[in-house]
Design a protein around this ligand. Sequence first.
Ligand SMILES: Nc1ncnc2c1ncn2[C@@H]1O[C@H](COP(=O)(O)OP(=O)(O)OP(=O)(O)O)[C@@H](O)[C@H]1O
Ligand SMILES: [Mg+2]
Length: 267
Amino acid sequence: MSHVPELAVKNLHVAVEGKEILKGLSLEVRKGEIHALMGPNGSGKSTLANTLMGYPRYEVTSGEILFKGKSVLEMEADERSRAGLFMAFQYPVAIPGVSVANFLRTALNARRAVQDANGTGAMPVGKGIPPKEFRALLREKMALLHMDESVAGRYLNDGFSGGEKKRAEILQMAILKPEIAILDETDSGLDIDALRVVAEGVNALVGPDLGVLIITHYQRILNYVKPHFVHVMVDGQIQISGGPELALKLESLGYDWLREGKEVTTP
Ligand SMILES: Nc1ncnc2c1ncn2[C@@H]1O[C@H](COP(=O)(O)OP(=O)(O)OP(=O)(O)O)[C@@H](O)[C@H]1O
Ligand SMILES: [Mg+2]
């Protein structure tokens, strides 16, 4: 594959409230690829995800983030999202007063408006998705994720259980059809059936038009959503990358062997 990677992170340094968290991280994700990002608590995985999405607290002190060949560093979070970058949050927040359906319709219309401007959308410029078409789309995707239809009318994440929130995140991804999706611990807090449903939902979306970065602590979800690459982050950098076997090795050995390796190589 020689085309420009949809997501290219180059020697990224990021500080949060003056403290350096990411210390020279490089990573490329192409459409059609599934990458898993693992690593101990506090190593900077969510910091990377939040920085990719453009949250203002995360200050890029050096390095570059390219999406489809263009720097996103000057783009606001919503602009990145409309362009086709998506993130499912580790801790989704409630939006009281905004129903799931309204939230998704607004987000979809915003995303499609950008696609139309680029000449890739299926909609006449300036028109939102027709309500009937949207309801059908929503129904289809909710069925895919085994979600009860009544959820569509509830306020987003308001009073949702942990597992319901994670499902709502994947529903959003299914509706928005991003080009690159970052899933930050989408598997955490899911019961075994919910994990399978969510993983199948992700698998149904995976294909040549989508690249995925799955942040996880557990090999379990990788049994369902099979990664092509596994990266391990330690102390703000990717310490080692490999294939799916690397996740299995971590499952049995933990992270100590990596940290020990680091001590040997650090002067
Ligand atoms: N807003 C913030 N203010 C201060 N420190 C922060 C902030 N955000 C992140 N950090 C620090 O950055 C480090 C990396 O945090 P991050 O959330 O990226 O880790 P993580 O790899 O996602 O961990 P986990 O596996 O527990 O989710 C931590 O030491 C954390 O305390
Ligand atoms: Mg995290």
